[in-house]
Each structure stands twice: as structure tokens, then as C-alpha cells.
Design a binder for this molecule. Structure first.
Ligand SMILES: Cc1cc2nc3c(=O)[nH]c(=O)nc-3n(C[C@H](O)[C@H](O)[C@H](O)COP(=O)(O)OP(=O)(O)OC[C@H]3O[C@@H](n4cnc5c(N)ncnc54)[C@H](O)[C@@H]3O)c2cc1C
Length: 468
């Protein structure tokens, strides 16, 4: 049975949004024999994931790499084999650089490097010896910044945690709440009383075979992240996805065994679909229009989620003057007042991203500290890139990009700040008040691709238990 916007066919599950979350959910449901459809407002699938193949370079406008941090990621790639090979980053990508003063320094990865690095103060290095004995935090809403200062010291916040959070959240450590933004770090302190003791104990704990599939490795799909999207789309079935479904509005069933109705505009005409269950995976700000029936205060508590803006520039070089940039990339602490948040080196992580002797860099700007950079014109961004290449990366002046593509994401990364508890309570209240409705997507359960895959898998599992 095909899903056509012009008929009123009914699906067991209708998913709103064809990004990674929606497609993972749909794929897992389809594998379990559930009749699933997807409604997508854009003219393409993939949401924030978009890869480009130009002039021998492969680059991304959104995520370049993910972390294999949940077993569901490796399991998804297994299920899609051989159509979508998983690639893990070369070993040199373990090296991360942090900007301090007038250059990048490698983030220490050994005890000796930790003692000699200029990134952390002598006082904080000595204080680290006392970390296992420091008292456990008691404020559940403590920010990542406050937690870092309390346990590790200011220089660790300034030169490790702040740039790390710039890289992941484009956010502010003094606003991101640890238990929501970095739940594993929060659990480490709460469970073991110390990061160091917790990390040592966890390393000694036996792991199941499945748990061992979650690692710290950096992954991508061979040929770019969009290959994952394309493969998921093929497996779900393109005829199951309605693109350019404009202004979708949901209406709940009027009887317990009744159907959800979704009205939308398609090719200039009104269209309607029905489903037993609806899963939303669109961003929080899309919900007020999508859920016109719902309690306004609850929807507002979700829709008020802040998204950090990001400008991402893909910089393609055909010559790097012999420099190999053997690292994952370089991050910039916000206190350094540089024009960028960081620079990733995807062609150092993965083979085939640039022609021989060339490189692709992904340069990030903006974030919560500098939303105004979203409004810079292309020339101003090109000037920043020129400065990045020659002053920050110290490439010879004659080296210029052979391609420069600028992508502006006005609402890129959700910020799990103090409002999160209220938002999650509103999600739970709406789901309880409206059986058959699941509110998923990056408004909860994590912002990275691994989190999205894990959430999509979990949502599908719960629905299969209900529907089969
Ligand atoms: C610049 C950038 C860099 C990133 N870097 C990384 C990284 O390095 N590593 C990492 O792990 N993650 C990274 N991420 C995050 C990662 O891209 C996301 O976690 C993931 O792609 C989100 O998938 P999603 O399906 O939840 O949301 P989305 O990709 O946003 O998909 C939601 C979909 O819903 C659609 N939609 C919206 N409104 C409606 C509506 N009313 N009706 C129907 N459809 C609707 C949208 O068009 C979209 O297709 C990055 C994100 C950005 C923007």
C-alpha cells in the first residue's frame, strides 16, 4: 500500500519529520512489520544532515562526524550493511587541539603531557590530586561550568570544558545544566562521588558484548553522512515519505480506539492522512502549529527551547603545503575572543574527503555567544576564513581555498538549560493527555547523532510492543 497525499489512507504510525530521528524510527518500525509513513515539510529528507560531493571533495553542511557512544549506532549500521559502510576515524583523530594565546596546543592525553601542558594552571594540576576526595555535588541544576570549577578548577573550565561545549553545543557552560546536557558526567559524580574514581571503577567493570559496541570512536558514513540518510530512506521506501507537506496540523482521535488525523497543504491543495499513532521528530519550535489542540502553556514550555545559531564554512584546499593536520580539529575557548568556535579536519579523519595533497576543513562560528555572526555576508565570512587559514593554521599566504561553501543554521543546536525540567514535564503531560502521541526529536534525549539513533530505536521498540 503506498502513501499518497491525495488519498486518505491510514498508517499504523505516522512520523512527522524525515531527519535522522524520524528515519531511524521509521526504519526500525518497518523492520518489525509496522505500516509506517513519514511527513516532511522540506523538499528533501535528512534534516540537518546534508553532504556535498564537489570537485573531488566531500563535505557537510551539518554534522561531519558522530560518536559511537551507544550500541544502537553500530547496530543500525549492521542492519543497513552493506549499503552504508560505517567508517571510524584514523587514530590520529584522537588528537584534539585547543587555542591558547597565539597558537593551538594539543589537549594532553598522557600523564606527562598533562603535567607539562600550558593549558591548565599549576594550581589546578595540583588540585586534581584532590578530586577523588572532593564532596559530591548536591544541586541537581548545577551547570557544567559550576561543576567543572568545583571539581577541577577554572583553567579546566576555560581551556577544556568551555571549548568542548562550544564544539558540541555551541553553548555556554554556565547555562547548560549537567544532568541534561552531559548526563553521563552527572551520573559519574553522583554514582561514584568523583570523576577520577568513577572513571577507574567503570574501566574495571565487566561489559556485555553489546555494551562493548559503545565506544569513544568517531564515526561517519562512507562517502558522507547523507549516505546513512539515503540508505534509511531506501529501506523505509521513498513512497512512504511525503515531502513538502506544508503546515501540518494534528487532531486527536475523538474515541479511544479512533485515529489521529493530520491535515496539511500539499502542492497547493489540502490533504489529510490518518494514523493510529503519531511520532513528532521536528524541532521544538514547530510544535505550536503542529499541535493546535494541545494545552497552550505546555506547548509553549516545549517550544521556548533555545537553539544556538551556527555558521559552518566548508573550506576546500587543493594544497596544504605539506601540512597534514593530524588531529580531529582545533577548538577555541570563548575567553580567547577569536572569530571562530573551532575548525574540524574531516579529511584527516577519513580517507577520500579531498584530492591528494588537499584538505577539507569545517569552520564553525557563532553559537550562543555570537549570534550576530549569522548575519555576516559571504565576503566577511571569507575574510574570517582567510585569517583562520593563515594566522591560526599558519598556512602560507599563497594558499587559498579552491571552494568555500557557507552554511547558515539559524536554529542549529538545542540548549539543555534550566528550562529543561519544565520542558520534559510538559512533554510527559501532553503524551499522557493524548494517548497515541509521542513527542521525540532533539528537544529531549540528547543532541548528537548517536542520541538521535538511540531515541529513534527506543521509540520504535516501545511502539512495536504496543502495536504488535
Ligand atoms: C551545523 C551542525 C553541526 C552538527 N554537528 C554534529 C556533530 O558533529 N556530531 C553530531 O553527532 N551531531 C551534530 N549535529 C547534530 C545532528 O545534526 C542532529 O542531532 C541530527 O541530525 C538531528 O536529527 P533529527 O532528525 O532529530 O532533527 P532534524 O535533522 O532537524 O530533522 C527534523 C526534520 O523535521 C522537519 N520538520 C520541521 N518542522 C516540520 C513540520 N512542521 N512538519 C514536518 N516536518 C517538519 C525538518 O525539515 C527536518 O527534516 C550538528 C547539527 C548542526 C546543525
Amino acid at each position: 500500500m503506498s502513501l499518497s497525499p491525495s488519498d486518505s489512507s491510514t498508517r499504523q504510525v505516522l512520523i512527522v519529520g524525515a531527519g535522522l530521528t524520524g528515519l531511524t524510527t521509521a526504519f526500525r518500525l518497518k523492520c518489525a512489520g509496522i505500516d509506517v509513513g513519514i511527513l516532511e515539510t522540506a523538499d528533501r529528507v535528512g534534516g540537518q544532515i546534508h553532504s556535498f560531493h564537489r570537485d573531488g571533495f566531500i563535505y557537510e553542511s551539518g554534522p561531519n562526524t558522530g560518536a559511537l557512544s551507544h550500541p544502537e549506532v553500530a547496530e543500525l549500521f549492521d542492519a543497513l550493511a552493506p549499503a552504508c559502510p560505517l567508517v571510524t576515524a584514523r587514530p590520529e583523530a584522537k588528537s584534539r587541539w585547543i587555542w591558547k594565546g597565539d597558537r593551538f596546543h594539543a589537549l594532553p592525553s598522557s600523564l606527562f603531557a598533562g603535567l607539562t601542558t600550558p593549558l591548565f594552571s599549576l594550581v589546578d594540576k595540583l588540585r586534581l590530586l584532590g578530586e577523588p576526595f572532593r564532596r559530591r555535588g548536591t544541586d541537581p541544576d548545577e551547570t557544567v561550568g559550576a561543576l567543572t570549577v568545583r571539581r577541577l578548577g577554572r583553567s579546566f573550565l576555560r581551556n577544556a570544558v568551555d571549548p568542548f561545549l562550544s564544539g558540541v553545543y555551541a553553548g555556554d557552560p554556565m547555562r547548560l545544566v549537567t544532568r541534561f546536557a552531559l548526563p553521563r558526567l552527572y551520573a559519574l559524580e553522583q554514582t561514584y562521588g568523583s570523576f577520577i574514581r568513577g572513571a577507574l571503577k567503570k574501566a574495571r567493570q565487566p561489559k556485555t558484548e553489546r555494551e562493548r559496541r559503545a565506544t569513544k570512536q568517531v564515526f561517519a558514513a562512507e562517502g558522507g553522512m547523507e549516505r546513512l540518510i539515503e540508505t534509511l530512506t531506501d529501506r523505509v521506501g521513498r513512497d512512504r515519505i511525503v515531502l513538502e507537506a506544508k503546515h501540518p496540523r494534528l487532531t486527536p482521535p475523538t474515541t479511544p480506539e479512533g485515529l489521529w488525523r493530520i491535515d496539511f497543504d500539499h502542492a497547493g491543495r489540502p490533504a489529510t492522512l490518518t494514523a493510529q499513532h503519531v511520532v513528532t521528530t521536528c524541532p521544538a519550535y514547530a510544535l505550536p502549529e503542529l499541535l493546535p489542540f494541545a494545552d497552550v502553556e505546555a506547548v509553549q514550555a516545549i517550544a521556548s527551547l533555545t537553539y544556538a545559531p551556527i555558521v559552518q564554512a566548508a573550506v576546500c584546499l587543493d594544497d596544504t603545503a605539506g601540512r597534514d593536520f593530524a588531529a580531529f580539529g582545533g577548538l577555541v575557548p570563548s575567553a580567547e575572543t577569536q572569530p571562530v568556535l573551532g575548525i574540524l579536519f574531516p579529511s584527516s579523519c577519513f580517507a577520500g574527503r579531498a584530492p591528494q595533497d588537499g584538505a577539507v576543513f569545517s569552520v564553525f562560528m557563532g553559537g550562543v555567544h555570537h549570534p550576530e555572526l549569522l548575519d555576516l555576508g559571504d565576503e566577511a565570512v571569507a575574510d574570517i576564513i582567510d585569517d583562520v587559514l593563515h594566522r591560526m593554521l599558519r598556512l602560507p599566504a599563497e594558499i587559498k581555498p579552491v571552494r568555500l561553501d557557507i552554511f547558515r543554521h539559524r536554529r542549529a543546536i538545542p540548549q539543555y538549560e534550566a528550562s529543561t525540567e519544565r520542558r520534559l514535564a510538559a512533554v510527559a503531560a501532553l503524551e499522557a493527555a493524548h494517548p497515541g502521541l509521542t513527542l521525540a526529536g532533539n528537544l529531549r534525549d540528547g543532541i548528537g547523532m548517536a542520541d538521535r539513533i538511540r531515541q529513534g530505536t527506543a521509540v520504535a521498540q516501545r511502539l512495536v510492543e504496543t502495536l504488535v
